[in-house]
Write a protein that binds this ligand. Structure first.
Ligand code: ZN
Length: 66
């Protein structure tokens, strides 16, 4: 039997609102799917902001610094 020495790193996604790294397995702000693409959020505030104006964040016109 093999014992893993290192735990696998969890996959990370970039929050499109604040550019923070988000754990894709447990995103604190949940996810939102738009045009077949799933976005991950660091917090519910970023998720809400993105859902209000997704084009603004995807185009980079709007950004939130945290
Ligand atoms: Zn965020």
């Amino acid at each position: 039997m093999r014992i893993p020495l290192f735990s696998k790193p969890s996959p990370k996604a970039i929050d499109p609102v604040c550019a923070m790294k988000v754990n894709m397995e447990k995103p604190h702000g949940g996810t939102h799917t738009l045009d077949g693409v799933t976005y991950y959020f660091c917090g519910p505030g970023c998720n809400r902001a993105f859902q209000n104006e997704p084009e603004e964040y995807l185009s980079g016109r709007k950004k939130v610094d945290m």
